[in-house]
Design a protein around this ligand. Structure first.
Ligand code: GDP
Length: 464
């Protein structure tokens, strides 16, 4: 009999297996931010907390943990074979060391996959298969690369004009002086001279690097000259802006223009097509505290940068970009990392400030169906809260070991603004937030602020 018990059981098992497989989900969570924004620390903390610290006290706002439904999570081999693996062992070693230090920053695109096994919450899933696996693919890439997107809509002449007028601004020109001086001597009409192009191109890269470190200006293109990834020393990066137009074949100018076009076609476009369009969720880390330390110009830059970054997600706007790629990101989290540099109440102001910086552009994205959230968090805690009595006043201080110092410090951080401040609104003494070394771990465990909130927003709905 075809419908004997044994047969039915087998069929049922098979059906369960198939369903089970189709219930397993894959999510690509991309993590970005300019260098120094905390990508490496975030990914390390995420892996650590998901794989070995999944208790309710530690992650109370992460539903799958709060509901006791998380069975286990572990790192599994990645499916993308062409991307280097995020070096978790080295990074976690730095943080768990008896003298903890920050791991080395992201210099290229990295990936790592975690399989999260959990009990499903309701509906069909529970009826058929109470357990499921979420494959969480983390992709860590430099935010500098997103700044290149507008280049796709420019030709070499218009790009040159926009970059040169930026470098010539009084506040920036001193950092670009060696390049600008040499550029004056450059004859774009001459026949191709690789050596001369390379030399000027190196000076241009130096100018970009100087501007990045000295002024926090972030609108620096091409982004791969700052963080080349695997293109270090590749000729495709050897170009610079030049105004002296020349259409002669084999001229220096035409060579530069063709390199510019090659960069767009072979570097920018594939990054968006092959990676960016595959992402499901995106975390953007923002170093608000450093911008406040640096002053009004930096904060303004931070705002411009965020707006440039937002353009990548706001694909509805530009027809060209819409034609080229159709990203599927449906949730973006902007997080001001390192919020443990201020006390608990001040963290609310930092989150509001970030919200203000992200601004109206986010509305367009919301309109297009993307969920956006802003928050203040700290993936790896470096300070403790400490209340100090001064007379009859209580001061909410923080306590930690400042970076590169031996003595621990109790410190009352300055009051951060809860909205964007212009130059004229800037307090006379500015801001001085201190950077701290990671806190020494007890029992090899890390501590965080609101990492669980971030996880809930980014992947909570995929773990139901
Ligand atoms: P990346 O360049 O984006 O990969 O940034 P990193 O993760 O290397 O972080 C850069 C620096 O920011 C670190 O060396 C730390 O000084 C600081 N930092 C990063 N994450 C945190 C955090 O969660 N809390 C605190 N207090 N500092 C952090």
């Amino acid at each position: 009999n075809l419908f004997s018990h044994a047969n039915l059981d087998k069929l049922k098992q098979k059906a369960q297996k198939t369903l089970h497989r189709s219930l397993d989900q894959h999510v690509k969570l991309a993590v970005t931010g300019l260098s120094g924004s905390g990508k490496t620390a975030f990914i390390t903390a995420l892996v650590k907390h998901l794989t070995t610290q999944t208790n309710k006290q530690n992650l109370p706002f992460f539903d799958v943990v709060k509901d006791d439904r998380l069975i286990a999570a572990k790192q599994v081999p990645q499916s993308a074979l062409d991307i280097p693996t995020f070096d978790y062992p080295s990074a976690i070693n730095c943080l768990l060391n008896s003298e903890p230090s920050w791991p080395e920053s992201t210099k290229r695109i990295n990936t790592l996959t975690i399989a999260i096994r959990y009990e499903t919450k309701h509906g069909l899933k529970q009826h058929v298969s109470p357990q499921s696996t979420l494959y969480l693919e983390l992709i860590d890439y430099p935010g500098e690369w997103l700044i290149d997107l507008p280049m796709l809509e420019q030709d070499y002449a218009s790009w040159s004009e926009s970059m040169l007028s930026l470098l010539e601004k009084p506040e920036y020109s001193e950092y670009a002086r060696p390049f600008l001086t040499e550029l004056e001597q450059f004859n774009s009409e001459e026949n191709i001279d690789e050596q001369a192009l390379k030399q000027l191109s190196n000076l241009y890269t130096q100018a970009l690097k100087q501007l990045k470190s000295q002024t926090q200006l972030a609108y620096l293109q091409p982004g791969r000259q700052l963080i080349p990834g695997d293109l270090e020393d590749a000729p495709i990066l050897l170009f610079f802006p030049c105004r002296e137009k020349n259409d002669k074949e084999n001229s220096q100018y035409s060579h530069l223009a063709s390199r510019f076009e090659a960069y767009k076609k072979q570097v920018i476009t594939p990054f968006y097509k092959n990676y960016f369009c595959e992402f499901d969720r995106q975390l953007v880390l923002v170093d608000v505290m450093s911008a406040l330390n640096d002053g009004p110009q930096s904060l303004l830059e931070q705002k411009h940068t965020l707006q440039a970054v937002l353009q990548s997600f706001n694909y509805g706007r530009s027809n060209l970009i819409k034609r080229l790629f159709s990203p599927k990101i449906d949730k973006v989290l902007f997080a001001a990392n390192k919020c443990d540099h201020v006390n608990g109440t001040q963290q609310v102001a930092i989150a509001q400030l970030l919200h203000d910086l992200v601004g109206e552009q986010a509305n367009d994205m919301r309109f297009n169906g993307v969920q956006i959230e802003t928050m203040a968090m700290s993936s790896v805690q470096s300070t403790l809260a400490k209340r100090i009595k001064e007379g009859d006043k209580a001061l909410d201080c923080i306590y930690g070991k400042p970076l590169n110092e031996d003595e621990w410090l109790t410190y009352l951080p300055p009051e951060p603004p809860n909205h964007f401040l212009s130059q004229s609104q800037w307090p006379t003494h500015g801001f001085e937030f201190i950077s701290f070394a990671p806190l020494p771990s007890t029992k090899s465990e890390l501590t965080h602020t609101r990492l669980d909130h971030a996880l809930q927003f980014l992947i909570g709905d995929k773990l139901q």
